[in-house]
Design a protein. Structure first.
Length: 254
């Protein structure tokens, strides 16, 4: 019986949820009653194994003029650890913890003559234990500082997280997050260059993360965007490489 329990613990540890990469967010608040679904699918080489992301998602719902409800998460099919002998089989699920949150616009200042602005916001909420091996409730919060100097828009994200427990010892990952979300118009209202750089400095002893994405976005209409981005990781806890295709439709809920 002890041998069987040990094998089960080893298996659970091998498939335990990894810490998802930090993705800097923007300061857009949807109008009341408008929902946006930001979906990304693709293939990513993780620190230990390849995985199909199907999908990485963010669901936004405008509630008030300066407040929206968000839900962030991801679902993937992961393969066996890189370096193991045998075929690379995608044999188990690898969901990320869910992050329901509230995003609030705290203030903004516009210069109409130059189409530039400066804005402040915040986003915070609990982390729900959906990842393999996770339990308990965590928390994540961000301060958002945005600036636009035509044609470039940049959003600085600074905050921290306490993840749900990831093993039987009750260990939680805690860390400081920071990053920048960037967009530069190529053809206004149609084509834009997009990118992110962000990371997590873990105070809990976990492997630090630092990763960047770069790509293009095509706005087919005011209600539908498409994107293609490449991912590169620079720190040991980050995904080394990946390619993701995105789609972001908007729809009226009420």
């Amino acid at each position: 019986m002890k041998r069987i329990l040990a094998l089960l613990l080893v298996s659970a540890s091998a498939h335990a949820g990894k810490h998802p990469r930090f993705e800097p967010t923007d300061l857009e608040i949807e109008r009341p009653g408008i929902s946006e679904i930001d979906l990304q699918v693709g293939v990513v080489r993780g620190p230990d194994a390849w995985r199909f992301v199907v999908p990485d998602f963010e669901l936004d719902l405008g509630v008030l003029d300066k407040l929206e409800l968000d839900l962030d998460g991801a679902y993937a099919i992961e393969g066996v650890d890189v370096g193991k002998v045998g075929p690379v089989l995608f044999d188990h699920q690898a969901p990320d913890n869910l992050w329901p949150s509230v995003r609030v616009a705290l203030g903004d200042w516009h210069n109409r003559s130059t189409d530039s602005w400066f804005a402040l916001g915040a986003q915070a909420g609990p982390k729900l234990p959906i990842a393999n091996g996770a339990s308990g409730i965590g928390f994540e919060g961000l301060m958002l500082i945005g600036v636009k100097i035509d044609p470039v828009r940049a959003i600085l994200n600074v905050g921290g997280l306490v993840d749900p427990k990831l093993d039987a010892t009750g260990r939680r990952a805690t860390g400081v997050e920071a990053g920048v979300d960037l967009q530069a118009d190529i053809v206004p209202d149609h084509w834009a260059a997009i990118g992110e750089i962000g990371g997590i400095f873990f105070t809990s002893g976990d492997a630090h993360q630092l990763a960047a994405t770069a790509g293009v976005q095509w706005s087919a209409s005011e209600q539908l965007d498409f994107s293609l981005v490449a991912l590169v990781g620079f720190a040991s806890g980050s995904d080394p490489v990946g390619v993701l295709v995105g789609m972001s439709p908007k729809l009226a809920v009420w």
